[in-house]
Design a protein around this ligand. Structure first.
Ligand code: IMP
Length: 194
């Protein structure tokens, strides 16, 4: 994850235990709430849950099990950053959907909305495939970093401008298996329910 390079204080080789930002319990409770809201909003319909790889795989797996309307799961691989450490807004699709989504209700599941450039690009791209609707469920949002206002229909947590790992999110491909959301720095941070 090249975006992490701006956080020079991270030393992956030493693998410090990230400080807990959002505990497993808080995540579990919030995912249940999101699932209940989504189930109510889509009652009587069916969904395509679109998991944006790689960071969303854990969140999407838990969210899927909290939703009680019929759904199928699709995966979309994206690469948000090239050689630069900042999001350019040019998103490369590295793995495409396996089936058309025309006429279907799409729920894009994102791990984190940082600048918003990736999500904006994705929603535009997906809209060209003529789904019946496109909504977005993001686990995390960093309002301080937003460049491109992107509509988030279901949000887990708003957080400060810190680099988070765990629960699917990585630093240099590590930490995705942490069961909580953690921070690698020692700076004061906070998170609140969205
Ligand atoms: P955006 O285009 O700047 O919104 O980029 C969003 C993508 O950047 C996310 O899907 C993540 O892959 C990555 N990203 C942004 N912030 C973090 C973070 O704090 N931890 C891990 N990945 C992040």
């Amino acid at each position: 994850m090249l975006a992490a390079a701006r956080y020079a204080w991270c030393h992956v080789s030493e693998e410090p235990a990230p400080r807990v930002l959002i505990s497993e319990e808080r995540i579990r409770a919030r995912v249940r709430e999101l699932g209940a809201r989504i189930s109510a909003d889509y009652a009587g319909r069916s969904l395509v849950l679109l998991c944006v790889l790689k960071g969303s795989f854990v969140f999407a797996a838990d969210l899927a099990r909290s939703i009680d309307v019929p759904l199928r799961v699709e995966f979309l691989g994206v690469q948000s950053y090239g050689s630069d450490v900042r999001s350019s807004g040019v998103v490369q699709i590295t793995q495409d959907l396996t089936a058309p989504v025309e006429g279907e209700d799409l729920l894009v599941v994102e791990d984190i909305v940082d600048t918003g450039l990736t999500l904006t690009y994705l929603v535009e791209q997906l809209s060209t495939r003529r789904p019946r609707s496109v909504r977005v469920c993001a686990l995390l949002h960093k309002p301080a970093r937003i460049q491109e206002p992107a509509r988030i229909d279901y949000l887990g947590f708003s957080i400060e401008d810190v680099f988070v790992v765990g629960y699917g999110l990585d630093y240099a491909q590590r930490y995705r298996n942490l069961p909580y959301l953690g921070v690698l720095d020692a700076e004061p941070t906070g998170a609140r329910d969205a």
